[in-house]
Design a protein around this ligand. Structure first.
Ligand SMILES: [Zn+2]
Length: 708
């Protein structure tokens, strides 16, 4: 822990020859110098006990207007708080865990995390020591304060709260004697077509080992993965769970040894497959994640069913394909994820009305690509059959339009009217662009042209009978800038779409791994509504720059086609637990909380990033650790903002870090209590740069997580 050197010196010089009366001399009256004069105390001295231990400080606690004050450093540093002193402003800062208290000498107003509170008594300089109100400060930091009247004793106790006890380091410290834990549940689920087995215990699983058995080493010819959990007792009835998927046949469990107690979990495998063993943050759960299940593609055929061209794909079990339309020449890609081609790659000549030919190949380790060459731009429909999927190609109900994505997306509307009147509309929320034309001028039919090429999701042609108009709606997957060109000579209307995010990524020199686009990111603007966060007088409330930076970040991610969510879009209050829950429910892959810092010492400036301790080495199946995410964010922020590098901090008790399952960080962009940082935060340019830094960090982290 870094400590800021306090500036007590000048007070000591002024008061150097004033004697300090300690409680070692209880018979004497004591004299205390404060408020510019001497005060004589004839009441007996007051004693202090911290966490059950009698503590003598060079200044004893002093009762002052019926309330006690204690020396700030001697008492609260002992309790684990950080105490800073600003000699210029006569301010004391006390911070611990999530709480920052700022007190001013002789001022009853205290700032707690930026919020103002009135205390019964003000802090005072007494005999050159900074004395602060005991009860107010201690209770604000979550400590218990008691007054034992007959002993004239103040007791301060600090026990980590129940929530804090979940902190891994605490539990390990509390369980040093190898007390047996109970294994109370074994479950399995499929997430993103990966099988995950979860083993749960009632306390921290301190030690386990895993080993593998080949098929020829086991009696039933099934390869096995064996997990031995030390100091554990099996505490449930079901000893065998049938899974029967491609990877795993069943999960068995048994009490393998007694004294020392070992619980053994045996996973019988159908095939050798790669897997990952990881613990949960609280170490009470072990997760075994198997490689995605692979569906075998056993046949691909051209069919003609009641005059409709179709492509049948036979597979073990259905994997939802990605259907993408490409142009020049017109063709449709059907990408089947987690699939393996069991048949030889080949080309089928179809000679259908729409389907010209079908080609297929193993595109990469996981994906089988079926390419259907088509005539024109038909509509396609997908349906499930008994043994796979059927793609039907249907004559379109729209007409006189042609979409091209050879270069930038372009929609051509054929008309023989030359220039016609049209009305444009851009809807940022639904990411769509609409032009409305008089139906009498253009006959475009009706219907939807599915595209899904990463730029345009689909084009809808909608007739409005009442207004006698036709809407041409381009629903984009990436934010685009649209322009309309009407060619008088050919009678064509051309809508050009230029993806704006291309420019951003080019500008920022970053590329997004296409696999990263499937990931979900949650942006969390810190504080909001009744909770302003840190406040600097009337100048700035932390919640405002937090929101501004977050919204910029959110927009950039959205524009780049990342699936992004935000915990608040305006100045509203959101509970901490709800923020984490929001991300957990979304199955988000990254959680980026945006904050700004405050400190009693106004010299303290710069950027720091907080993360959850156990996420320094575990990826929890997310492909990247929380610490690594923090590292990338810190690096990008310092690089782009030119702020002082305050480094990374482990923070076990912050709710949004502790409760989120995915890699999560709190980015503390700058200090609102520092003059220079504060001036920067007030500029659009700085907040934009902060958002860009976090945007790049997010993309880098996502890219890393999918390549790991
Ligand atoms: Zn904050």
């Amino acid at each position: 822990m870094k400590r800021v050197v306090a500036l007590f010196l000048y007070i000591i010089l002024v008061l150097i020859n004033i004697p300090v009366y300690a409680q070692t001399n209880p018979a004497n009256t004591a004299k205390y110098f404060y408020d510019g004069q001497w005060h004589v105390y004839t009441i007996p001295p007051t004693f202090l006990q911290i966490n059950g231990e009698n503590v003598t400080t060079d200044m004893p606690p002093i009762i002052f207007n019926d309330r006690s004050v204690v020396p700030a450093r001697a008492v609260f540093e002992k309790l684990g708080a950080k105490v800073t002193w600003d000699g210029v402003k006569s301010q004391v800062g006390i911070s611990m865990n999530d709480t920052n208290i700022l007190l001013s000498i002789n001022d009853k107003n205290a700032l707690v995390n930026g919020k103002s509170y009135e205390m019964d008594i003000p802090p005072k300089i007494i005999n050159s020591r900074t004395m602060i109100p005991t009860r107010f400060v201690a209770e604000t930091l979550g400590m218990e304060v008691d007054w034992v009247a007959n002993q004239r004793l103040i007791t301060i106790n600090y026990k980590p709260s129940k929530e804090d006890e979940k902190d891994i380091t605490n539990i390990i410290a509390k369980n040093p004697n190898n007390i047996d834990i109970k294994i109370n549940k074994i479950e399995h689920t499929v997430k993103n077509s990966s099988l995950i087995i979860k083993i749960s215990a009632d306390a921290v699983i301190s030690e386990y080992s895993a080993f593998e058995l080949d098929a020829n080493q086991s009696q039933d010819n099934h390869p096995k993965l064996v997990l031995d959990i030390k100091n554990a007792i099996l505490d449930f009835e079901t000893r065998s769970i049938e899974v029967n998927n491609n990877n795993v046949l069943r999960i068995r469990s048994a009490q393998f040894a007694i004294n020392p107690n070992i619980t053994r979990v045996v996973i019988d495998l159908n095939n050798w497959t790669s897997y990952n063993v990881e613990e949960s943050k609280d170490k009470k759960e072990i997760y075994i994640t198997f490689q995605k299940e692979i569906s075998n593609i056993t046949g691909i055929k051209y069919k003609r069913i009641s005059n409709v061209d179709a492509v049948d794909i036979h597979m073990d079990f259905i994997q939802k394909p990605d259907v993408v339309r490409l142009t020049s020449p017109d063709r449709v890609f059907i990408d089947i994820p987690s699939a393996e081609l069991e048949i030889a790659e080949r080309v089928i000549t179809a000679r259908g009305k729409i389907v010209k030919s079908i080609r297929y190949a193993q595109k990469d380790n996981n994906t089988v690509r079926v390419v259907v060459d088509v005539k024109g731009q038909p509509q396609s429909e997908i349906e499930e059959t008994d043994d796979g999927l059927r793609l039907k190609f249907i004559n379109p109900s729209y007409k006189n339009i042609y979409y091209s994505n050879k270069d930038n997306p372009q929609l051509t509307i054929y008309s023989n009217k030359g220039l016609i009147n049209y009305v444009e509309k851009i809807d940022v929320d639904s990411n769509s662009y609409t032009i409305t034309v008089p139906a009498s001028e253009l006959d475009l039919g009706e219907g939807r042209l599915d595209i899904n090429d990463g730029y345009i999701d689909y084009i809808d042609i909608v007739k409005n009978t009442k207004s006698k108009t036709t809407d041409i709606i381009l629903k984009s997957q990436k934010t685009c800038t649209y322009s309309v060109q009407a060619k008088t000579n050919s009678g064509e209307i051309v809508i050009n779409a230029v993806p704006t995010s291309n420019n951003l990524n080019e500008l920022l020199d970053i590329e997004i791994d296409p696999r990263a686009k499937k990931k979900i990111v949650v942006v969390d603007p810190g504080h909001g509504g009744k909770d302003p966060g840190a406040i600097y007088y009337n100048e700035i409330q932390e919640k405002d720059p937090n929101l501004d930076i977050s919204l910029r970040l959110y927009k950039m991610l959205k524009d780049s086609g990342i699936q992004v969510y935000i915990t608040r879009k305006d100045d509203t209050f959101v509970e901490l637990a709800d923020r984490a829950e929001f991300a957990n429910k979304l199955n988000a892959s990254l959680f980026i909380s945006v904050h700004n810092n405050a400190m009693g010492d106004p010299n303290y400036d710069g950027t720091m990033t907080l993360y959850y301790p156990s996420s320094s080495s575990y990826t929890f199946g997310y492909g990247i650790t929380g610490r690594r995410l923090a590292q990338i964010a810190q690096e990008e922020m310092v690089k782009r903002l030119g702020t002082t590098d305050r480094g990374l901090r482990e923070r076990p008790r912050l709710a949004v870090l502790r409760r989120t399952k995915m890699p999560a960080i709190i980015a503390e962009v700058a200090f609102i209590t520092n003059y220079s940082d504060r001036q920067k935060l007030k500029t659009d340019d700085f907040r934009q740069k902060a958002a860009e830094a976090l945007y790049i960090a997010t993309i880098r982290a996502l890219n890393e997580s999918v390549s790991n």
